[in-house]
Write a protein that binds this ligand. Structure first.
Ligand code: SF4
Length: 355
């Protein structure tokens, strides 16, 4: 028995405690045993030929430059492709290489990232760019890529395979879902399966094909099995369980929060304060407690905003402040376009400007 099968069997045996899991485990074991080389070759061939024909034309697919691939991979974490494209193009125009990114003033970097969310990604990009500059070139082996700030196993495998043709299998959410369905197993660790399936002769093409299948055909809620190039290899399709896989993780309970943002103007300028929610960004001051020097005026409107499981309802109010509190700063409207402004401030200002 191959090592991988033995590992899988051990994991399955350890988990098979109730009826359902025993059924799942049997399916997975059956699948692994049946994964003989000709089957894997056939699966690879079908998927990669489909990819050559059906892949979307995306800007980062026109390059193998590790810097550009890295930027695209980081932007694509937690963010849809359509939303990333304009950011990717603007970012590469402004910071075409690691040196330019390493030297960027942080407010400019955050302003360019503004709207993509998860700002620690932008800060880590800059830290890693400085590591690359120090190193003298973009690292070209998996372990050194993994050493860059903010780079995890998925991103390192993506850069290593796509830019350098190194045999590292990627496992992101799309790949995890496809593999859970191909094996009809929501419990198995996806990495060893991905390693086993990886086409070592062309890891870039294989990895991207698997991710593309997850992004365009093997969709989370309604997989389009009728159009799937590897449907004949799919155990979940045979078992009718595709929509149930992968098994859902328990999410944190949603929180519903009410907040008020204050629009305070003086001599054509607007008072801003460092954001309470996103480090490095500016926001409108929030009404946390009534201060004697603060006069609250009319309500201008409201909007909703969600950050992970927190659902906010913001009311935007006009206000007059006697003295600007510590840490706040007055900004002209022209300056607002050049500073990292939070999404909540943007939404509030849109309400103000429409009024
Ligand atoms: Fe996904 Fe359906 Fe293809 Fe299976 S047959 S891999 S569930 S799209």
């Amino acid at each position: 028995m191959r090592n991988i099968e033995r590992n899988v069997l051990q994991i399955m045996n350890a988990r098979a405690t109730d009826g359902d899991e025993v059924v799942q485990a049997e399916n997975a074991i059956f699948y692994y045993r049946s994964l003989v080389l000709p089957t894997i070759r056939s699966l690879r061939l079908k998927l990669t030929r489909w990819y050559d024909r059906a892949q979307r034309d995306l800007p980062w697919r026109r390059t193998r430059d590790p810097y550009a691939i890295w930027i695209s991979e980081v932007m694509l974490q937690q963010t849809r492709v359509a939303a990333v494209i304009p950011y990717y193009q603007r970012f590469l125009e402004r910071f075409p290489d690691a040196r330019a990114l390493a030297q960027a003033p942080e407010p400019e970097l955050l302003a360019l990232w503004s709207g993509l969310g998860y700002y620690s990604r932008a800060r880590n990009l800059q830290k890693a760019a400085r590591q690359i500059v120090e190193f003298g070139a973009f690292p070209n082996d998996y372990a050194s890529i993994l050493d860059l700030a903010g780079v995890g196993t998925y991103t390192a495998a993506a850069i290593a395979s796509i830019s350098f043709g190194l045999p590292h299998a990627v496992v992101d959410g799309n790949v995890r879902r496809v593999l859970a369905r191909l094996t009809n197993d929501g419990h198995a660790d996806a990495q060893p399966i991905a390693d086993r399936l990886l086409d070592r002769r062309d890891p870039a093409r294989w990895n991207q094909a698997l991710m593309e299948l997850g992004a365009t055909i093997c969709l989370p809620r309604e997989p389009r099995c009728g159009e799937c190039p590897v449907a004949a290899h799919c155990a979940a399709r045979r078992a009718g369980t595709a929509s149930d896989l992968p098994l859902k993780r328990a999410k944190p309970a949603p929180e519903h929060l009410e907040r008020a943002l204050l629009l305070i103007r003086r001599n054509g300028r607007i008072l801003l304060t460092p954001s309470l929610r996103v480090k490095g960004f500016w926001d409108l001051p929030e009404l946390l407690e009534r201060a004697a020097s603060l006069r609250i005026g009319a309500t201008l409107g409201e909007f909703r905003h969600t950050i992970t499981h927190r659902h906010y309802r913001f009311t935007v109010k006009e206000a007059i402040a006697g003295a600007a509190p510590r840490g706040t700063r007055w900004h002209t409207e022209e300056e607002l376009a050049r500073i990292p402004l939070s999404t909540t401030a943007r939404k509030a200002l849109r309400i103000y400007n429409a009024g």
